[in-house]
Design a protein around this ligand. Structure first.
Ligand SMILES: *Cc1c(COP(=O)(O)O)cnc(C)c1O
Length: 375
């Protein structure tokens, strides 16, 4: 391909649309600390995500660190290794021990059948991930959490706008974290949010993210600084106006990939179930009995200027920083998926022709090898 194709490209509003949105900031000269843009974005997101309490943050990672602190978790937290480093780091940076649970072979979310066997008297919470926007088995997680009195925080960084049977993902568990990083379906350049059922928790979070300040002369908590500024919020207001359209464009590309790849032997897709409205955030492909390995296809695409990503490889429980640190729970399904998965380029402004070319390259390497190996 003449132009390089990256795995993702940020959605942006029109230049004039953003300029119009930030003009007001030159009048008020109020740049951060819960200004008008921040307040407005909070309200609009609550409406969009169909939930009651939204606390905005400077980024998704800090949002996750702060909700873990706000829920006062202790001891062990059961989580998935098949995720971005952030999920595990947020647990460890709070002084907690991650206990790794294996994943489902079909949607790569946490395998709920193993959860109960991992619960000890030290367990305080479960932090599953709606990985690639695939929604976890929330019913079963809720049942187990209730039975053992555990908190549930969903890493919903990939699941912006996803609904199951019409219910927004923001309403599952005690809290959910969304990331509004530039590479996500909805972005505020950098940014994130916590949604939670209990308004006292979101109030606490809003205090924590501003040094624990509760009044002009009172600092009640040992908080930090994780506030979203007005320029980020303004970007969010603009992007939220356009997000449905962006998701529709993603869907077109997603469906084109599915047309090409769904019947190809040795390629496994994880299509959203019928009751789920997807956001088409990612296109993970698992090479499972394919004639070429994931790494070979990755290199072949790279030669042609196409930059797919090995999301999520390595697993967080085998990251260098965690070597020898935690019980190396065997998670064979996660290991297998991490070794064989490739996330193909998918974003709103990707051309259908580019999708065709990417799939053609995969197909070519598939067929070449079939010719070599007699059957
Ligand atoms: C992006 C991401 C995060 C972190 O979000 P940031 O906004 O980049 O800090 C956490 N978890 C997962 C699964 C992510 O993909």
């Amino acid at each position: 391909m003449n132009h390089p194709v990256q795995v993702t490209r940020s959605s942006m509003p029109g230049f004039d649309e953003y300029i119009e949105e930030i003009k007001e900031l030159w009048e008020t000269q109020w740049l951060t600390n819960m200004g008008v843009k921040h307040t407005r974005l909070e309200v609009e997101l609550a409406r969009y995500l169909n939930t009651s309490n939204v606390a905005l943050f400077a980024n998704g990672h800090l949002a996750l660190e702060y909700i873990i602190a706000a829920l006062n978790l202790k001891g062990e937290v059961i989580t998935t290794p098949f995720t971005f480093a952030s999920t595990t780091h947020a647990i460890v940076r709070n002084g907690l021990t991650p206990i790794f649970c294996d994943i489902n072979p079909d949607d790569y979310t946490i395998q709920t059948e193993y959860l109960e066997s991992l619960i000890t008297e030290k367990t305080s919470a479960i932090i599953p991930v709606h990985v690639y926007g695939n929604v976890c088995n929330v019913k079963e997680i809720e049942r187990i959490a209730k039975k053992y009195k555990l908190k549930v925080i969903y890493d919903a960084a990939h699941a912006f706008g996803v609904t199951v049977n019409g219910e927004g993902v923001a309403n599952f568990g005690d809290a959910s974290m969304f990331s509004f990083h530039a590479t996500k379906v909805f972005n505020t350049i950098e940014g994130g949010a916590i949604t939670c059922a209990d308004s006292s928790i979101s109030e606490l979070l809003n205090t924590y993210k501003n040094f624990g300040i509760t009044g002009p002369e009172t600092v009640k908590y040992i908080g930090g600084n994780a506030k979203m500024n007005e320029f980020q919020a303004a970007m969010g207001i603009c992007n939220l106006r356009n997000v449905d359209q962006e998701i529709k464009k993603r869907e077109k590309n997603y469906n084109r990939y599915v047309e090409h790849l769904s019947e190809m032997k040795g390629i496994k897709l994880s299509l959203p179930p019928k009751n789920t409205k997807s956001n088409f955030a990612y296109l993970p492909v698992v090479f499972d009995g394919f004639s070429r390995s994931r790494n070979e296809i990755f290199e072949e695409l790279k030669k042609q200027n196409i930059f797919a990503r090995k999301y999520f490889y390595p697993l967080t429980n085998s990251l260098e920083c965690y070597q020898g640190k935690f019980i190396p729970n065997h998670t064979p399904v996660a290991e297998y998926i991490a070794e064989n998965v490739l996330t193909l380029p998918l974003y709103a402004d990707l051309n259908l022709e580019d999708v065709d070319k990417i799939c053609a390259i995969i197909k070519t390497h598939h067929q070449n090898l079939q010719l070599i190996i007699p059957r």
